[in-house]
Design a binder for this molecule. Structure first.
Ligand code: UD1
Ligand code: CA
Length: 453
């Protein structure tokens, strides 16, 4: 929206969070509250976005600075009107939209409605059954908005008003400058209230419009840990609803957490208590078992991830079976029809088509060929205490259970390794290699007996 500037107020201390972390850096769906508001503001394509910061200033700048967002410092914090004043020198568009760094759920569509018409002052308001704590919208007999009164300054009659000020508003920038110049701090909190501009506009007989958000929960703010948790649940519930609308089956929409973006193909099914972080892509017909944590990974079509698996920065092809209790770490690249079973850890390794690593193994810094079978308890010893080394396993190799492959080492194509071997040298293709001592039987051997007295 050209000719629109956005100011995001984020200087408040957040005393009730009882935390060293500035309030706007507490996270919703894994990202700072303020980052959500910046994203939403950006979707309006304004001419500029200005964040007013104060408490924990440098941290806020570091965590949330992104191209096109300007930061101004408010110190000391003398109220919401004073906060907007700090941004005024940077504002150049005809209109200004005010948002709050601790009100992260507001939707783009509600903000479009707030900014749609060219009114000189337009407020986002909502009727609440329990309006306590909020500023109330005072209207005249003709229903026109007269002013906003803060809870702490309100009379008993005003406290009974259920229409509240969400704080978000859109105003003509020139008017905003004039009105803010005229505000003072003669009120219960000795603060410069942004809300006082409403009374000033009414006194100038400027029509004050109001708009409502799509849903009342969009305007919920975060002041305490319980409100943060409540907002998180709303966010997750709404994300789950959107997934189901697009065809994803969720065992329970109240038991999924998405901290990033989850992209799903057709007929994806997700069991309870799964956490998805960053960008995760699930192909068609993928099934995710209960209690999986999947971060920045791709799982190909037709695959099944069984319960309690942990997958991070990994890619997995089609028709694979992972888990239960598998751990794919960064750089695990599985081709198609691969099995990685229980208590199998794979890191920085490629596993080619049709290979199986079914039980209790560690595969690190390795290239595993096609149709390889890695027996239970196989460990790739990739680390000599100082450096990491690579292991190459040829196609059709069979690694007997409880073997150790000491890197750097190459297992030939079609090699069979006898169970319990420690392999330190390259093995020839197509042969059996065993490194353990031969089994012998000592006939007539007797167990020792306890000596008398
Ligand atoms: C404010 C509104 C109130 C509204 C409520 C909605 C005023 C005077 N009151 O009250 O009508 O119902 O929000 O939640 O505006 N901030 C700064 N600098 C400051 C003070 C605040 O940046 O000096 C920021 C805070 O970080 C916060 C926002 O402004 O994001 C609101 O401040 P807060 O003190 O929470 O205002 P409320 O008393 O809740
Ligand atoms: Ca507040």
């Amino acid at each position: 929206m050209p000719n629109l500037d956005v100011v995001i107020l984020a200087a408040g201390k957040g005393t009730r969070m009882h935390s060293e972390t500035p309030k706007v850096l507490h996270t919703l769906a894994g990202r700072p509250l303020l980052a959500h508001v910046i994203d939403t503001a950006r979707e309006l394509q304004p001419a500029r976005i200005v964040v007013v910061y104060g408490h924990g200033g440098e941290q806020v700048r570091e965590r949330c600075s992104t191209p096109g967002v300007e930061f101004v410092r408010q110190a000391p914090q003398l109220g919401t009107g004073h906060a907007v004043q700090q941004a005024l020198p940077l504002l150049k568009s005809d209109r200004t939209l005010i948002l709050y760094g601790d009100v992260p759920l507001v939707s783009v569509s509600s903000l479009r409605r707030l900014t749609a018409r060219q009114a000189r002052l337009r407020l986002l308001t909502v009727e609440l059954d329990h309006p306590a704590g909020y500023g109330r919208v005072v209207r005249g007999r003709d229903r026109s908005v007269r002013r906003i009164v803060e809870e702490k300054d309100a009379s008993a009659r005003e406290k009974a008003i259920r229409e509240i000020n969400t704080g978000m508003l859109c105003a003509s920038t020139a008017d905003l400058r004039r009105w803010l110049d005229a505000t003072d701090n003669r009120n219960a909190q000795r603060e410069y209230y942004l809300t006082d501009i409403v009374g000033l506009a009414a006194a100038e007989k400027i029509p004050i419009a109001t708009a409502a958000p799509d849903a009342a929960w969009e305007v919920l703010g975060v002041n305490s840990k319980d409100q943060l948790a409540r907002i998180e649940r709303i966010y997750q519930w709404e994300y789950a609803q959107a997934l189901m609308r697009s065809g994803v089956s969720l065992a329970d929409p109240a038991r999924i957490d998405i901290r990033g973006k989850l992209v799903c193909g057709r007929d994806v099914a997700i069991d309870v208590n799964c956490v998805f972080e960053g960008r995760v892509v699930l192909g068609d017909r993928v099934r995710i078992g209960a209690n999986c944590v999947i971060r920045e990974s791709e799982i190909g079509a037709g695959s099944e991830v069984l319960p309690f698996s942990h997958i991070e920065q990994a890619t997995s092809g089609t028709d694979n079976r992972i888990g239960p209790y598998s751990r794919l770490r960064p750089g695990a690249r599985l081709a198609d029809r691969v099995h990685a079973g229980n208590f199998v850890e794979i890191k920085a390794s490629t596993v080619a088509e049709g290979s199986k690593i079914n039980h209790l193994s560690y595969v690190g810094d390795a290239s595993v060929g096609r149709n390889v079978n890695i027996g239970a308890g196989t460990i790739i010893c990739n680390y000599d205490g100082v450096n990491k080394h690579r292991t190459v396993i040829g196609d059709d190799a069979f690694i007997g259970s409880d073997s150790q492959l000491v890197a750097p080492v190459t297992i030939g194509r079609g090699t069979t390794i006898g169970a319990g071997s420690t392999i330190t040298k390259d093995t020839p293709p197509g042969e059996l290699t065993v490194s353990r001592a031969k089994q012998v039987t000592i006939t007539g051997w007797k167990r020792p007996t306890k000596k008398q007295g």
